[in-house]
Design a protein around this ligand. Sequence first.
Ligand SMILES: Nc1ncnc2c1ncn2[C@@H]1O[C@H](COP(=O)(O)OP(=O)(O)OP(=O)(O)O)[C@@H](O)[C@H]1O
Ligand SMILES: [Mg+2]
Length: 645
Amino acid sequence: MPIRLLPETLVNRIAAGEVVERPAAAVKELVENALDAGARRIDVTLRDGGKALIQVVDDGGGMAAEELSLAVERHATSKLPGDDLLNIHTLGFRGEALPSIGAVSRLTITSRQPGSDSAWALTVEGGAKGRPVPAAHPVGTRIEVRDLFYATPARLKFLKTTRTETDHAVDVVQRLAMAHPDVAFTVADEGRTPLRLPAQTGTLNGEDPLLARLGAIMGREFQENALPIDARREGVRLYGHIGLPTLNKNTAAGQYLFVNGRPVRDKLLLGAVRGAYADFLARDRHPLLALFLDIPCEDVDVNVHPAKTEVRFRDQGLVRGLIVGALKHALAGAGHRASTTVGQAALASFRADGAKPIPQTAFQWQPQPHSGGGGSWPGITRPTAGQVEAARAFQAPMAAWEGPAPATAPAYTHSVLAEAPAYADAAPGPVSPGLAAAVAALAQTGADDVPDFPLGIARAQVHQTYIVSQTRDGMVIVDQHAAHERLVYERIKQSMVAQGVKRQMLLIPEVVELEEAAAARLAERSDELAELGLCLESFGTGAVVVREIPALLGAKADIKALVTDIADELAELGDQHALKERLEEVCSSMACHGSVRAGRVLTVGEMDALLREMEATPHSGQCNHGRPTYVELKLADIERLFGRR
Ligand SMILES: Nc1ncnc2c1ncn2[C@@H]1O[C@H](COP(=O)(O)OP(=O)(O)OP(=O)(O)O)[C@@H](O)[C@H]1O
Ligand SMILES: [Mg+2]
């Protein structure tokens, strides 16, 4: 067959195959157009999940009659100032969406500009364009897409049930709505209104409009258990809200990421989020969050995906570093705070009838302004000298209680721990005088005279596993193993920072063969890797020789796999995380072995010391796997439980 140019309608249908994959994709394009036109209110109506009708009405700037004809032409756009693909401030820029939709449906556009005395309408049917005719419509634009894919029956066959298509459309609008809290949105589908979002202006009781919008979409639980993020680095800004680790899911579906207001599903961003939470969540659990990255247009390429859901960054290391740094900082600042849903779930399971849900507000966490990382709780009574002493005494023998380190963790005794007296294999000594004094002091504390500690004063240990403590206005139940594991983990990490990572010389240096560029990249970063305990140098072309490894990793470490992972990360991100993450993993399993077991009897002094240390330790609200370390029940809620209120 000879080569020929394809007819325009066919070209548009081919483009539609990429751009308009399903009704939700058309909804996305139309709502994006409305946002680009400056709309304050956008109403979407669907029939049969968008298969029979998609209608999008906006109150934006509209189009003049002659613009209507152009808008449905291929490659016609009002959005590319200076023809510069690196200077894109709008959601659209290709001039492709309307002609593509028009090629596979019956499309009618009705639009009116402010100051114009009439609206104009134009119809495109299966690619055949009509003429603009006068019509009646207020300022703004109404786009109707009927019988989507009637012109391409093959595509029609792939569509799912009405319900599924509607859900996809709602999801698309929700994502765009998160980035535009000040715009009102509705989605209606034959009598139902699955989405109704009023504009959030933020003037009412000083509420954060973004958080209010996120709450309306992601749920109240998220709103009440989210930490604000706002960080900048080299002209890039990251803001939004992230959920506490104890509020987690088994998929990443609750993670919403945006780049310059554009919803994206980006591997780099998701990876950075995983890295930031790695310390707090098991690998198969995922946090909830909505993060917005504002980055100068010239530093990001948005033209890499037909539906524009992927982007490419010029400096991936900068973006990853900003996300990991900002999230870790916020999580550290959250101190021992665990999600309020934990207490709520506990109370709900106490209720015999399980009927009425307990009002959520009753469990709202009272924000305690305290410095990031530290555990300073302004306005509370300072611990007595006895309590401080008890806390110290508590720290010393704890690891030793478990006896020598298990044989399966040889690194434990040869590592940084051997240097830290707190982890020496000393026999558990007699109770220190300070501890005894603390116990005596606590025994005298009357029930009405509870010092104001956030985690309260220990009252009992039950089932040799849980500490029950009394706070000023409620009670706390602590899982002693989970809590202590977290404390030991934080201590090991601190001592790693303070003393550096201990290295262990390999008896026989290991040669790892790699691609030439990868080997060179590793050699270039050898100083930085040495700081983390990995000593390597280049070994001819295309290989490195490893002489020392972090002692923490133990003798059986798979050096080749580690080095290859690091090389991959250096190539992909310009930065490596594999080594650090692996060290943290080892710390975490050491902490598990080194911490007080469930089933151990604790004295009151030891319990109180544990509580005080939790208050002073960042991240102590959850164990290394994202499970809570304690549950707090407010007296008011307990009273309600028994019908006293
Ligand atoms: N709701 C609307 N209100 C005002 N103008 C609109 C609206 N929808 C489309 N337009 C105009 O029609 C033009 C073409 O829209 P179309 O969606 O096809 O392309 P685009 O938005 O420029 O780029 P992309 O293909 O990337 O979406 C837009 O550039 C805009 O000027
Ligand atoms: Mg568009």
